[in-house]
Design a protein around this ligand. Structure first.
Ligand code: AMP
Ligand code: ZN
Length: 112
């Protein structure tokens, strides 16, 4: 499968890692939209929120368990926003489930 985040997860493509374990990887976004912009992905390929189900949702709960630590490790101290885009209208560009963690500065109140 030609998936850039699967390639990052298996080390074929380098990334600026914040956190890694056997299930998930967190790395800095190549095109940051905030002072701190980290992406968290499951190593298992799931295309988007639309494909989360009973069998794979443990990845999502695990990611959310780890997000506070990942945010801290990335230097975020005063709150953050977690975003995931799903499908065409949301402008999802990489079809491998990922959560954006944005912080390190005051973010705009409204995002859309
Ligand atoms: P989305 O639009 O929600 O699918 O977000 C995809 C994100 O992946 C964008 O913010 C990109 O800047 C980011 N991205 C794409 N390729 C890479 C890469 N090789 N390393 C780090 N971030 C990437
Ligand atoms: Zn993938």
């Amino acid at each position: 499968m030609d998936c850039i985040f699967c390639k990052i997860a298996n080390g074929e493509i380098p990334s600026n890692k914040v956190y890694e374990d056997d299930k998930i990887l967190a790395f800095h976004d190549i095109n940051p939209e905030a002072k701190v912009h980290v992406l968290v992905i499951p190593k298992e390929h799931i295309c988007c929120v639309d494909k989360v189900n009973k069998e794979n949702s443990h990845n999502v709960s695990y990611i959310f368990e780890k997000i506070p630590q990942i945010a801290r490790d990335a230097g975020i101290t005063n709150g953050y926003r977690v975003i995931t885009n799903c499908g065409e209208d949301a402008c999802q560009t990489v079809k491998h489930l990922h959560f954006h963690i944005l912080g390190g500065e005051k973010l705009p109140e409204h995002i859309r």
